[in-house]
Design a protein around this ligand. Structure first.
Ligand code: IPM
Ligand code: MG
Length: 361
């Protein structure tokens, strides 16, 4: 297959982990006779330096021309001088991309690798039954895209953020999550704050109605405050978790702490036509950028998700995921995953090991 991939490496650790990821993709391409063409675009601080925009039209065009978007990370302006201007300017580049391509479904797989159980901040007895679930986060509505305003009322500084959900937005994520649940253990947990919020009440109604179309799936509802507690005291209970934009932002960081490093969590944001933006869940980690020690796994696993969700290359994706699991079992990990052990490897050594493993198949 021939596929065009928009590569937006960004700043911080983005460029170095992206480079390693493209090495892995090239190995897959060679092995399976695919041709991946990389269309490189500037994003974030890197783009601002050149175009005075964090997400310039040139980059949007590259994304339009591609079959999928592989995103690295953005941390802000490269040049400190731009910081003051940046604060008030346009939408954050990732929000702009989400809005531009109507990306409304975000999926973050949360998995504690058996070989890395000691890297988790949770006790082994809490997670030994296995933590392996998907977070579905609605990405196009709620507080993120309502009006935000600071104003003076009765001589007092005030602010408001509007939270709106349309039925069709809820329906779209509900069907995506139910379909995913059908392929897994047929259990879905919808998270809301229906004891307080009108948007959550509508959310719950729409989920209960949608459940009738999927009689085999067991739908439960959980309030967000209880959910964050359950994710710590009993994370093994979850399989497909689905929630609105802001709650999804919060629980996905909480859940991302469970495997022991943000550097392990990939993600995809999809629109209704199936276009996908693939990105690691972690940030740009400027403190370790350029040191060659960043964990490239989240980026590599995001590329594997791209092969599966955008290109239908399930075997190729599975080979990458299996290889990641295997090298962890062999004790090959980057520094971020260490709790007690002393031995860690650089990003390049980890990628070499991964490629050697992929080549064994
Ligand atoms: C995420 C991030 C973004 C969000 C930020 C960078 C706007 O935290 O992808 O989870 O809030 O959605
Ligand atoms: Mg977030």
């Amino acid at each position: 297959m021939n596929k065009k991939i928009a590569v937006l490496a960004g700043d911080g650790i983005g460029p170095e982990i992206m480079q390693g990821t493209l090495r892995v993709l090239n190995v897959i391409a060679q092995k399976f006779n695919h041709h991946f063409e990389y269309l490189e675009g500037k994003i974030g601080g890197q783009a601002y330096e050149i175009y005075r925009s964090h997400c310039p039209v040139e980059t949007l065009q590259i994304c339009h021309d591609a079959d999928a978007i592989l995103f690295g990370s953005v941390g802000g302006p490269v040049n400190e001088q731009h910081l003051a201007k940046w604060k008030n300017c346009e939408l954050n580049s990732i929000l702009k991309l989400r809005q531009h391509f109507n990306l409304n479904i975000n999926i973050r797989p949360i998995k504690v690798y058996p070989a890395l159980i000691t890297s988790s901040p949770l006790k082994a007895e809490v997670i030994h039954q296995g933590v392996d679930y998907l977070i579905f986060r609605e990405l196009s509505g709620g507080l993120y895209f309502g009006q935000h305003e600071q104003f003076i009322a009765d001589n007092r500084r005030s602010a408001k953020d509007e939270c709106i959900y349309l039925e069709e937005q809820i329906l779209s994520i509900a069907h995506a999550a139910f379909k995913a649940a059908m392929l897994r253990t047929k259990k879905i947990c919808s998270v809301d704050k229906a004891n307080v919020l009108a948007t959550s009440k509508l959310w719950r109604e729409v989920f209960n109605e949608t459940a009738k179309t999927y009689p085999e799936v067991q739908l439960t509802h959980m309030l967000i405050d209880n959910c964050v507690m359950q994710m710590i005291i009993n994370p093994c209970q979850f399989d497909v978790v689905v929630t609105e934009n802001m709650f999804g932002d919060i629980i996905s960081d909480l859940a991302a702490a469970l495997p022991g490093s943000l550097g392990l969590i990939p993600s995809v944001s999809l629109n209704k036509e199936g276009r996908g933006l693939y990105e690691p869940s972690g940030g740009s980690a400027p403190d370790i950028a350029g040191k060659g020690i960043a964990n490239p796994c989240a980026q590599i696993l995001s590329a594997a998700m791209m092969l599966r969700y955008s290109f239908g290359m399930n075997t190729e994706a599975a080979i990458i995921e299996k290889a990641v699991q295997t090298i962890f079992a062999e004790g090959i990990v980057t520094k971020d995953l260490l709790r007690n052990q002393e031995k860690w490897v650089t990003s390049t050594v980890l990628i070499n090991a991964l490629i050697a493993n992929i080549n064994k198949h």
